[in-house]
Design a protein around this ligand. Structure first.
Ligand code: DGL
Length: 282
């Protein structure tokens, strides 16, 4: 009977959603840490960037993407996008999931990042670099206050970093000006900052320049490995979800933009070739 029940469960991949290419930096780490699972990546490239959009629009777009990934069989979806996690995660978890399917889960990237801050920062002064949407939501400030009320969090919006990455200019000379400008802006807010949080999944693509202009001794946190370790822990604590995940070690890719265009830039993020399919979102 138990066997018959188990075989009746339909297995599906872990859905990974981002507004565009940034979530691929998270997917890369997920596949390193949890290689046995299947993944279905969805990039809403046609409507990216999300960073400067309003709460209502980001919430609507993110919900459409989550529904799409559910419709394609994902029991669990990771919002591999800080902007979507900041603006849409709570509403989707509390308002939409109970109505859509209470047995499925949607998780974000902010909590796993904040959880380890006490282990990396000595001064307790944290600098958050993110999109205008993530910064305006104050999600990092609020989440950090809950876990570590003694810490001081300063934020800097970096509106041009995502367009620089999405236009393949991350290694270009023009990027230096804007990387330096936002880092200087952040340090002016609090010179005691000893830890930078790269609170946007696109920013690891700018890591060389960020290291170049960060003050000596500042630690730079990338989220991929943090999110991957957190998911591993989550699946250990939730065997009922773990059992619903298919295990073939494959990754498939969907984009709301032109797949050829997606594949060309996506390979830069994944360090391997990508073949995507088009998926209309609305
Ligand atoms: N990669 C997304 C994030 O982590 C933002 C990119 C965008 O602005 O669309 O916030």
């Amino acid at each position: 009977m138990a066997e018959a029940e188990a075989s009746a469960i339909s297995l599906g991949p872990i859905g990974v959603f981002d507004s565009g290419y940034g979530g691929l930096t998270i997917l890369r780490e997920l596949r390193k840490t949890l290689p046995e699972y299947d993944y279905l990546y969805l990039g809403d490239n046609a409507r990216a960037p999300y960073g400067s959009r309003s709460f209502e629009v980001i919430y609507r777009y993110t919900l459409e993407a989550v529904r799409e990934l559910f419709a394609r069989g994902c029991p669990l979806v990771i919002l591999a996008c800080n902007t979507a996690s900041a603006k849409a995660l709570r509403s989707i978890q509390q308002r939409d999931l109970p109505a859509i399917d209470p047995s499925r889960r949607v998780l974000g990237v902010i909590r796993p990042t904040v959880e380890i801050l006490d282990k990396v920062s000595e001064s307790g002064h944290i600098g958050v670099l993110g999109t205008p949407g993530t910064v305006a939501s104050e999600s990092y400030v609020i989440e950090t206050r809950k876990l570590f009320p003694e810490m001081k969090v300063s934020q800097q919006a970096c509106p041009l970093w995502v367009p620089i990455v999405e236009n393949s200019e991350a290694d270009g000379d023009g990027a230096d000006y804007f990387v330096r400008k936002y880092i200087d802006g952040l340090m002016e807010k609090d010179p005691a900052i000893d830890t930078f949080v790269l609170a946007c999944t696109h920013y690891p693509l700018l890591i060389d320049k960020i290291r170049r202009y960060a003050p000596a001794g500042v630690r730079i946190l990338e989220q991929g490995s943090l999110v991957a370790e957190s998911l591993k822990d989550y699946l250990r604590r939730h065997p009922e979800m773990e059992r619903r995940l298919s295990k073939g070690g494959e990754a498939d890719f969907l984009t709301s933009e032109n797949p050829d265009k997606f594949d060309a830039l996506a390979s830069m993020f994944t360090h391997g070739s990508v073949v995507s399919e088009h998926c209309a979102l609305d």
